[in-house]
Design a protein around this ligand. Structure first.
Ligand SMILES: Nc1ncnc2c1ncn2[C@@H]1O[C@H](COP(=O)(O)OP(=O)(O)OP(=O)(O)O)[C@@H](O)[C@H]1O
Ligand SMILES: [Mg+2]
Length: 455
C-alpha cells in the first residue's frame, strides 16, 4: 500500500485530502504545519507528499527541498492557491512532480496521486535496472539462463586463442559477442577486423581475405594486403561464413590450421597470428549435408560454439534491454526519458521480434525521438507493435500461445481493420458490442482501441 503524507495548515483542506485518499486505498498520514511535515519526512520515506505551498515558518517549498534531499524518489505535489502560478513554477523547477491548484475535486486528487505514484514506480524501476546493468560485459544485456550460459562461455573462452563460431538469427547480437571476445582477450590492443562474406562478390572474396599482388588480375593495380594480414596479432571476424564460396574453403581451412597463406598472384607464403571468430545465421550442419560447406572446415570452425538465443525466447530481458536503449538514445538525443509506460511494456513483451534485439533497439530509438513526454507510451511505437503482429506476418497460432493472447490479437486486428469502429468490429467478431467492450476492459485495451482513429 502506498504511503502518502499530507501537509497543510488548513484543517478543511487536510481532511478533504485525507478522506479522498484513504477511500482510494492509500495509507495516509497528516501534518498540520511545515515543521511537523519535516519531522514526518525525516522519520520515514513516503511514496508521495502533498504539501501546501503557503505555510508560516516552514513553507511547502522548504519541505519540498528537504524531501528531494533525503528521498529523491518521493513524488511531491504542491497545493497552490488560485492564481498563484509563480509558486507552482518554482516548485516544479525544484523537482515537484505536479501542482494542485485550489479548489480541487476528489477526481483531481485521485488522478494526480495515481500519476505521481506511477512516476515514482518508474523512477525506482529504472534505478533498479541501472544497477543490474552494471555487470562485467556491461554493454551486453541479458540475465536469462540462456544468456548466462553465453556469459560463462565468453569468460572462459575469450582469453584463449580458440576459434569461435557464433550462431544465431539476425539481430541477436553475434557481432557484439565477437567484439566482446576480442576485448576480453590479450589481443585487445591489436586490430579487430571484420569481413562480411555475404556482402562481397564471389570473385573478390579471395583477394579481400588474402590480398593480392600487382597485376594478379584485371584491375589489380597495386599490391594490396588482405584482411588476414591486417588482423595480424588481433582478431578476424568472418561474418556470415556460410557465404564463403566452396572453392575458397580449402584455403581458409589452411589458414586456420597452419596460419599461413599466399596473396593472390603470389608464390610467397605469409605467416600470421590471427584469432578467427565466425558467425552464421544459417544452419552450417545442413549446408555440410547439402554439400555447400566443407565438413572439415565446419569442424575446424566449430571448436567453440556460442548460440545466441532469439529475443522471443528470452522475453524476460526485454525490460532490461529497453531500459538500456532508452538510456543510450535519450542521451544521444538530449532528451530526458524515464521509462516505458506499463501498457507499452506489455506490448513490447508480447511482440515476437522477428528482427530480435536490433529491431527492439530500432523501435526504442524511434520512440525516444518522437516521444512528447518523459514516459514512452504505446502511441510512440510503430503500429505492428500495437497490433502485436510480427512485421513478417509470422503465424501466431503456434503451440504455446494462449487463447487469451490469440483473442486479444484478433480483437485488435479487427478493430484496426474497421478503423476503430467498435460496432462493426463486434459484428465481424460475432459478439455483442457489450461483450467487446468488456473484453477490451478486461485486457486493458480500452485506451488502445480509442487510439485507433474512429470513423
Ligand atoms: N544482448 C544485447 N545487449 C545490448 N545490445 C545488444 C544485445 N544484442 C544485440 N544488441 C544490439 O543489437 C544490434 C544488433 O546486434 P548485432 O549486429 O551484434 O547482431 P547480429 O547477430 O550480428 O545481426 P546480423 O545477423 O543481422 O548481422 C546492435 O546494435 C547490438 O549492439
Ligand atoms: Mg552481424
Amino acid at each position: 500500500m502506498a504511503e502518502i503524507l499530507i501537509v497543510d495548515d488548513e484543517k478543511l483542506v487536510r481532511d478533504f485530502l485525507q478522506e479522498t485518499l484513504s477511500q482510494g486505498g492509500y495509507s495516509v498520514r497528516t501534518a498540520d504545519n511545515g515543521e511537523a511535515g519535516l519531522k514526518e519526512v525525516g522519520d520515514r520515506e513516503f511514496d508521495l507528499v502533498f504539501t501546501d505551498v503557503k505555510m508560516p515558518h516552514t513553507s511547502g517549498i522548504d519541505l519540498l527541498k528537504a524531501v528531494k534531499q533525503s528521498s529523491p524518489f518521493t513524488s511531491v505535489v504542491v497545493i497552490t492557491a488560485y492564481g498563484t502560478v509563480a509558486d507552482a513554477v518554482e516548485a516544479m523547477k525544484l523537482g515537484a512532480f505536479d501542482y494542485l491548484p485550489k479548489p480541487f475535486t476528489p477526481e483531481h486528487i485521485e488522478v494526480t496521486a495515481k500519476k505521481a505514484l506511477e512516476y515514482r514506480r518508474l523512477l525506482l524501476e529504472n534505478r533498479h535496472l541501472k544497477k543490474e546493468l552494471a555487470g562485467k560485459f556491461e554493454n551486453i544485456i541479458g540475465r536469462t539462463p540462456s544468456m548466462k550460459k553465453v556469459f560463462d562461455l565468453l569468460e572462459s573462452v575469450a582469453p584463449s586463442r580458440a576459434t569461435v563460431l557464433v550462431i544465431g538469427e539476425s539481430g541477436t547480437g553475434k557481432e557484439l559477442i565477437a567484439r566482446a571476445i576480442h576485448l576480453y582477450s590479450s589481443r585487445k590492443e591489436s586490430p579487430f577486423v571484420r569481413v562480411n562474406c555475404a556482402a562481397l562478390p564471389e570473385g573478390l572474396i579471395e583477394s579481400e581475405l588474402f590480398g593480392h599482388e600487382k597485376g594478379a588480375f584485371t584491375g589489380a593495380l597495386r599490391q594490396t594486403r588482405g584482411r588476414f594480414e591486417m588482423a595480424d596479432g588481433g582478431t578476424l571476424l568472418l561474418d556470415e561464413i556460410s557465404e564463403i564460396p566452396i572453392g575458397l574453403q580449402a584455403k581458409l581451412l589452411r589458414v586456420l590450421q597452419e596460419r599461413e597463406f599466399e596473396r593472390v598472384g603470389s608464390g610467397y607464403t605469409l605467416k600470421v597470428d590471427v584469432r578467427v571468430i565466425a558467425t552464421t545465421n544459417r544452419n552450417l550442419a545442413e549446408a555440410v549435408k547439402k554439400g555447400s560447406f566443407r565438413e572439415d572446415l565446419y569442424y575446424r570452425l566449430n571448436v567453440v560454439k556460442v548460440e545466441m538465443p532469439p529475443l522471443r525466447e528470452r522475453k524476460e530481458d526485454i525490460p532490461l534491454l529497453a531500459a538500456h536503449f532508452i538510456q543510450k538514445y535519450a542521451a544521444e538525443n538530449g532528451k530526458k526519458i524515464d521509462g516505458v509506460a506499463p501498457r507499452a511494456l506489455s506490448l513490447l513483451t508480447d511482440y515476437p521480434w522477428p528482427g530480435n534485439v536490433r529491431e527492439l533497439e530500432n523501435f526504442i530509438e524511434r520512440a525516444v525521438v518522437v516521444a512528447q513526454s518523459n514516459i514512452l507510451s504505446p502511441s510512440d511505437f510503430p503500429k505492428e507493435l500495437l497490433l502485436g503482429l510480427a512485421a513478417d506476418g509470422e503465424d501466431r497460432l503456434r503451440p504455446g500461445v494462449t487463447i487469451e493472447e490469440v483473442e486479444k490479437r484478433l480483437i485488435l486486428k479487427t478493430l484496426d481493420a474497421v478503423e476503430g469502429n467498435k460496432t462493426k468490429a463486434a459484428q465481424m467478431l460475432g459478439i455483442t458490442a457489450r461483450t467487446l467492450h468488456n473484453k477490451l476492459a478486461e485486457y486493458g485495451l480500452k485506451e488502445k482501441a480509442e487510439q485507433v482513429p474512429a470513423e
